[in-house]
Design a protein. Structure first.
Length: 187
């Protein structure tokens, strides 16, 4: 059965995503073009993989790239509330500007854990660039570090969204768009 048949509706098409990613890339480029230290883009595995790959190609200043992994949801749909860093950075981010790249911010648990972690590693600033934000679901309010900014692509309705990196039970990450899963596939 084709993957398309699992999707109730498309929320953000590949074209809409690409346009917004380009705008975010331009905004970040202009914000960091005056900085002497080149920023480190840190993709939060696994969900941010596609967004990170597209975003960095729209950045026109020298950067480096790294990954970090936080486990909080497992394969379910409800946050366990106690995230744990299970795969850490390769790069030393001491005195570096870090831009955490996320597919979606929901309760804020993942980011608040990561920001504390980067603070303890003495990053000079921590920004967040998320493609989707669900502010209605926020439980933890995180504070950015230094000159850090919050970049957000789209506000997301409180549906169970998949695609463009986002999964349900590790499936659907390879969709080029973001859509709502038919209930029969997660009930
Ligand atoms: C998802 C998503 C964010 C996080 C957001 O990741 O990619 O990283 O949850 O939720 P929060 O704001 O409530 O913490 P998940 O833990 O499902 O791992 P994955 O990226 O490997 O899918
Ligand atoms: Mn994630
Ligand atoms: Mg997930």
């Amino acid at each position: 059965m084709s993957l398309e048949k699992h999707i109730e509706k498309v929320l953000f098409s590949a074209e809409v995503i690409a346009n917004r990613v380009g705008q975010l890339g331009s905004e970040i480029t202009s914000d960091f073009s005056g900085e002497s230290e080149s920023p480190v883009f840190v993709g939060v595995a696994t969900g941010a993989c596609l967004f990170l790959a597209d975003l960095v190609r729209r950045i026109d200043v020298p950067i480096s790239i790294d990954f970090i992994r936080v486990e909080s949801y497992g394969s379910g749909t409800v946050s366990s509330g106690a995230p744990r860093i299970s795969f850490d950075l390769k790069l030393d981010v001491t005195n570096k500007h870090v831009i955490l790249v996320e597919d979606i911010v929901d309760t804020g648990n993942t980011l608040s854990c990561l920001i504390e972690h980067l603070k303890s590693k003495k990053a000079s600033s921590v920004s967040v660039c998320t493609l989707l934000d669900k502010p209605s679901r926020r439980k933890v309010h995180f504070k950015l570090v230094g000159i850090g900014k919050f970049y957000s692509g789209f506000e997301c309705p409180d549906d169970f969204v998949v695609g463009y990196g986002m999964d349900f039970a590790e499936q659907y990450r390879n969709l080029s768009y973001i859509g709502v899963l038919k209930p029969e596939f997660y009930m």
